[in-house]
Design a protein around this ligand. Structure first.
Ligand code: AMP
Length: 217
């Protein structure tokens, strides 16, 4: 980060609440940079980088990648950002949130709002079982609510879509537990700072989009 101070948003919520899909659409609409730590890690795994090799095992099990690794990853990414940002999937622990505060302070940047997107467990489980991703370009679809034009083929690059390893039911169960054990504490953390805004993530993609936009602008 350099030049004028920048500010950003965090999208917080359980896996499958729609954070990634919404962050993608809203970042485009508002001209913000989307920083999705899960996407960055998946790319590192695909490219077999040092980080990717360490992260892969944690991700497959639905566990969190260690905080120190995540903090240096985000620090490096934020440094390159010149516009406002949406953080999707980070922070996930209080330690990451504290590290982020410090980073932003050092850069003279500001956290505007934390948007909590919540959804019922059954909605999450259904959504994740229908999620398909493109192994090549990373595009994300839902077979019911946001299907590709041609049967399980990526609209963007024509590759065959796959189910994410960690979207299998056993791993989804663990990811929801990890969310409750480690990430949910951030609701209080940001509420105490007076910057937490909750949005209902149940229902139609467009409706959720409008709800989020209203809170953000
Ligand atoms: P996501 O795409 O956000 O659901 O993330 C997929 C997986 O990447 C998670 O289940 C974790 O294993 C890992 N991951 C992503 N972001 C973080 C983070 N902030 N801290 C620790 N692990 C993360």
């Amino acid at each position: 980060m350099s030049g004028a101070p920048i500010s950003g948003f965090i999208f917080l919520g359980p896996p499958g609440a729609g954070k990634g899909t919404q962050a993608e659409i809203i970042a485009k609409k508002l001209g913000l940079a989307k920083i999705a730590t899960g996407d960055i890690l998946r790319e590192a795994v695909r490219n077999k980088t040092r980080l990717g090799k360490i992260a892969e095992d944690y991700m497959k099990r639905g566990e969190l990648v260690p905080d120190d690794l995540m903090l240096s990853l985000v620090k490096e990414t934020l440094r390159k950002i010149k516009v406002g940002f949406i953080l999707d999937g980070f922070p996930r622990t209080v330690r990451q949130a504290e590290g982020l505060q410090k980073m932003l302070k050092e850069e003279g940047a500001e956290l505007k709002k934390v948007i909590l997107i919540d959804a019922q467990d059954q909605v999450i489980i259904d959504r994740l079982s229908k999620r398909r991703v493109c192994p090549k370009c990373g595009a994300v679809y839902n077979l019911i609510t946001n299907p590709p034009k041609n049967d399980e083929i990526c609209d963007r690059c024509g590759s065959e879509l796959v189910t994410r390893d960690d979207d299998r039911p056993e791993t989804v169960k663990r990811r929801l537990e990890v969310y409750r054990e480690k990430t949910q504490a951030l609701i209080k953390y940001y509420n105490d700072k007076g910057i937490l805004f909750e949005v209902d993530g149940n229902g139609d993609l467009n409706k959720v989009f409008e709800r989020i936009l209203e809170v953000m602008t």
